[in-house]
Write a protein that binds this ligand. Sequence first.
Ligand code: ATP
Length: 587
Amino acid sequence: MDEGLDREVNKDLTTLTPALKFLRPYVKQVVAASIALVVTAGATLSLGQGIRLVIDSGFASGEAEVLVDSLRLFVAFVVLLTIGTFVRFYFVSWVGERVSADIRLAVFNHLIRMHPGFFEENAPSEIQSRITTDTTLLQTVIGSSVSIALRNVLMFIGGLTLLFFTNAKLSLIVVASVPFVVAPIILFGRRVRRLSRTSQDRLADVGSFAGESLRHIKIVQSFNHEGRDEAAFQDRVEQAFAVSLQRIRQRAVLVAVVMLLVFGAVATMLWFGGQAVLTGETSAGELAAFIFYAFIVAGSVGAISEVLSDLQRAAGAMERLMELLASPSLIKDPENPSTVQGTDVQLSVEALSFKYPTRPDMRVLQDVSFTASPGEMVAVVGPSGAGKSTLFDLIQRFYVPDGGALKLGGVDCAELTLETIRARIGFVPQDPVMFAGTIRENLLYACESATEDEIWRSVKLAHAEEFVRALPLGLETKMGEDGVGLSGGQRQRLAIARALIAQPAILLLDEATSALDAESEHHIRLSIEGLKGKMTILVIAHRLSTVRQADRILVLEDGQLRDSGSHEELMASSDLYARFARMQFAA
Ligand code: ATP
């Protein structure tokens, strides 16, 4: 237990260091801010000497001119302080904003290339909140707390030096009180840091719960779940509040205790100092300067103790962001990638085996082998859970096979870049996901540079032309996040058009299981008819009309390839297929 705590304190200092890497490009701004920081700290410290001068020379001499001179000097300091403060504030905030923006970018750029399995173990909504809340926290810390801490460290060192310079004996009182101030900072600081991380976690829970409920609003309302969602959300909000409250309590105690100790020391010092002035040991100006420096030293310790917990909070946030940045993508491009010649390529699946990393005891695909030649249409059928979608995922290399190989044009996909593989594949998912934006934007998702002609050619091939033209805004029709406003059949046809725009060599079509209206089904059949021979089509088929079109049908059961042949052949030769077909295609 103790060891664990020790480690956390050690980590304190190191977890923020990755932020330094993000500071490197902005050395100029950091230097400007640092110079301003030193200048302002220097100017503030010089004020103490100004005070001594004004009191001892100005007042004591009784000459108005000396007083005017002293005040002139004072005004010069203040001007310097003002300019320095402006420069410091501007550049420090600038760097804070810029660095948190860069961290946001780095995290997103890393995650967008992550193997999809990663998001099965790390909820995307939680990651989303980390990208926003954790980086915002870093922004405040880098954009202010770090500068406050540095400024106060400078003030502390400078103030202490000048204290000794002004009056060594009195300074010893101040120094003697330091351990009493530092001890509670370390003790409470540790607790605050631990609570900070929990607090951020709870906040992420709040964000992800709200995100999920609102995204699935129709399900929520349809099940009359609003009340229970309110209660569950309140629960999370209150938990987050409770943890924050604990943190605030620790922090409040910390600040109060430090203040008490610091001002206790100041009072003692005043008592001793006052006596020294009375006996004539020290001048009044010296005592005034001493008090000024003592306040600066005390203030800086207080300020450091206060921002220390901010820094600790940021260290927690940084730790989590760095965790994300450091998690390796399990699917990477090979160092020396091969290339595939030509656009018509043969897809070979050779003794393919696969288990999901999250379920290592279940073999989802076992020894599956087949080829799909250019222009061929192959249908994959099989009961639910047979491994059909998994096969599609493996072909797109969302997962790495455990055994066997996938080859494109005779080249093992492990030797190809993900971009090479995916550029040859067009994918139509079972539930055709569309992004917010217009139909045109959704089609161009597959290929930004497609011309107007290419767009319409794909729309025609997908048999979507008629309904797109009938929409008042045509291609400019806006679609919701899930393509709200279009029927399932229409969305599927748009998804086919989107896949076709990039002119893939292989089309992976995961047919909708839901019953499409007769007209949509008819259109999709015609669309497949038009595509046949133009590219390799691999389709997870749920309809008789589709399997009848296929050149070859693969029957998958329990992850194994049981039979293959045409519909007629299989009806005659395969009991499994005949049984399956009677059930599946009865409608
Ligand atoms: P359906 O027609 O119902 O979509 P399918 O034939 O496409 O079924 P798959 O989705 O490939 O079947 O699933 C095959 C098996 O793998 C199932 O038992 C499923 O529970 C499991 N499975 C699917 N996805 C994952 C995953 N991400 N992690 C762990 N197991 C999974």
